[in-house]
Design a protein around this ligand. Structure first.
Ligand SMILES: C[S@@+](CC[C@H](N)C(=O)[O-])C[C@H]1O[C@@H](n2cnc3c(N)ncnc32)[C@H](O)[C@@H]1O
Length: 486
């Protein structure tokens, strides 16, 4: 094959990753709030296009035994690895198919969720076209596709840095700076400095780029094809293929927290033109990447969704409550709660953390705490609006379904088949919320022993021989809080 994208994936192994933003438990919330009566992900047909070695899809198949999963990719080695992992994990509800998207015909099957992460901007134009046509032809009536892509104008600065790096690597300068992309980017960051707002911004971008590391850069910023587009171009392309833009896969990305406080109000004049509004947001925030939801153009989309819909989901708060302040992991104040209902809401979330529990359960806890102050007729609409606002501001995370797990460390920790397999293969461990956790070599070795056959004390002894400086018990508690143990 002469196509440079084929050549890249035949000559290098794409690093395994899971993408929480593509998790149907998350995207179904955004789709439902955009007005689509989306099928329940735990009982759905789910396809991933460009699934690589299945690291994103396998944990979902293990989570939802009633759903049927298909992953396709044109890399034979990646598909073989994915199939082996599925067999070792005893997953009978997932099929991996070695196929070029151009040649893939699922027959009578339609899909409730189609995921294509890291594909659209990184493939030749005919494949990009096929991707959207395929979604239009094979989404179920109320199904949703989650497609990620790089966006302009945000990406253009990165493109200039990629072009400059490529120029320098072919010049004598590379002999002193170093020939690889990471070192050239680091050199540029040092040269840019931090003495002006622009220098700080540019250095931040360069750090973000070389921070991706040599395993990711050749597939992303330095991929043989990387063609960003504006949001409006993407939406128009989707429209020509018979698809409709619904919103972003993660609710909070519709109005990114990087917008100025009160931006939703100042942008109100654009509210009647949601596509222009989203394009304006990209320019205002210099957004470089989107993970957008598309449905069929003929799908029934309700336009009058009220915030009461939010009360049907499950919820958790990833932050800490300190008195009346919600603070992030570094102790920065995110919000100060000055209303008893808001305080009761975040207290109930603190009590149920790290689980994601149904809003109904949170309401019961709140009613008990607030006593007479909780009058369902008046309080529910206020709470529904607060839930929506908090979700948009990333203060809370909504899920389509609850997620309950044992967050205490078990007597004989067991990571379960898929995570043990990942540890053996040196891949990130995927936590219960589908977030990847990359471990160094020492932690990977200890993880491999967490198969349920050893006590905490035996594992601690192993840890002190491999990694004497590791706070083993702290790390174990961290793994348990992320729902890593089965
Ligand atoms: C950047 S990787 C993304 C992998 C994974 N979805 C992720 O985001 O972690 C792109 C994947 O798409 C696959 N791919 C690219 N073009 C394809 C095509 N025409 N048909 C099938 N797979 C393709 C590649 O083999 C590769 O695994």
């Amino acid at each position: 094959m002469s196509d440079p994208v084929h050549q890249l994936y035949q000559s290098r192994v794409y690093p395994a990753m899971s993408h929480p933003s593509s998790d149907p438990a998350v995207t179904a919330v955004a789709a439902k709030l955009a007005g689509l009566d989306i099928p329940t992900p735990s009982c759905a047909n789910i396809l991933e296009i460009g699934c690589a070695s299945g690291h994103n899809l396998l944990p979902l198949a293990a989570r939802w035994p009633e759903s049927r999963f298909v992953g396709i990719d044109f890399s034979a080695a990646a598909i073989e690895e994915a199939q082996q992992s599925a067999t070792l994990a005893g997953l009978g509800n997932i099929e991996f198919i070695h196929r070029d998207l151009q040649d893939y015909d699922p027959g009578e099957d339609s899909f409730d969720f189609i995921i294509a992460h890291g594909v659209y901007s990184w493939v030749p134009q005919p494949t990009r076209q096929r991707l959207l046509d395929f979604c239009a032809e094979n989404l179920s009536h109320e199904g949703v596709a989650t497609i990620s892509y790089n966006t302009l104008p945000g990406w253009s600065l990165r493109q200039s840095l990629v072009d400059l790096t490529r120029l320098l690597e072919n010049r004598p300068a590379a002999e002193t700076i170093g020939p690889d992309h990471e070192r050239i980017l680091a050199f540029l960051a040092t040269a840019a400095g931090t003495h002006t707002p622009y220098a700080r911004y540019l250095t931040g971008v360069l750090h973000d780029m070389f921070g991706k590391g040599s395993s990711v850069l050749p597939f992303d910023d330095f991929a043989p094809i990387n063609e960003p587009c504006t949001f409006l171009e993407f939406a128009a392309h989707a429209g020509r293929s018979g698809l409709r833009y619904l919103g972003e896969g993660c609710l909070q990305d519709n109005f990114p927290p990087s917008l100025a406080p009160g931006a939703e109000e100042s942008l109100q004049p654009l509210a009647s033109d949601p596509l222009a509004l989203q394009q304006a947001i990209d320019v205002l925030t210099n957004r470089t990447f989107r993970n957008s939801l598309l449905c069929r153009a003929d799908a029934p989309v309700q336009t009058r969704i009220t915030s009461a819909t939010a009360l049907h989901f499950s919820v958790r708060c990833p932050h800490r409550l300190e008195g009346t302040r919600v603070v992030d992991a570094s102790g920065n104040e995110l919000v100060n709660l000055d209303h008893p209902i808001a305080l009761a809401f975040f207290s109930a979330l603190a009590d149920t953390s790290p689980q994601s529990v149904p809003m109904q359960e949170i309401l019961e806890i709140m009613a008990e705490r607030l006593g007479d102050q909780f009058d369902p007729t008046h309080s529910l609409p206020v709470i529904a609006r607060m839930v929506m606002d908090s979700a948009r501001q990333n203060l809370i995370l909504l899920r389509y379904e609850p997620l309950r797990f044992e967050s205490a460390v078990p007597a004989a920790p067991n990571l379960g088949t898929l995570r043990l397999l990942a540890a053996k293969q040196g891949k990130p461990l995927v936590d219960v919320y589908h977030t990847p956790c990359t471990l160094d070599e020492g932690r990977l070795r200890i993880s491999m022993a967490m198969d349920g056959s050893r006590s905490i004390e035996e594992l601690a002894a192993l840890s002190s021989s491999f990694m004497p400086n590791l706070d083993f018990h702290g790390w174990l508690a961290h793994l348990a809080a992320r729902g890593m143990f089965v």
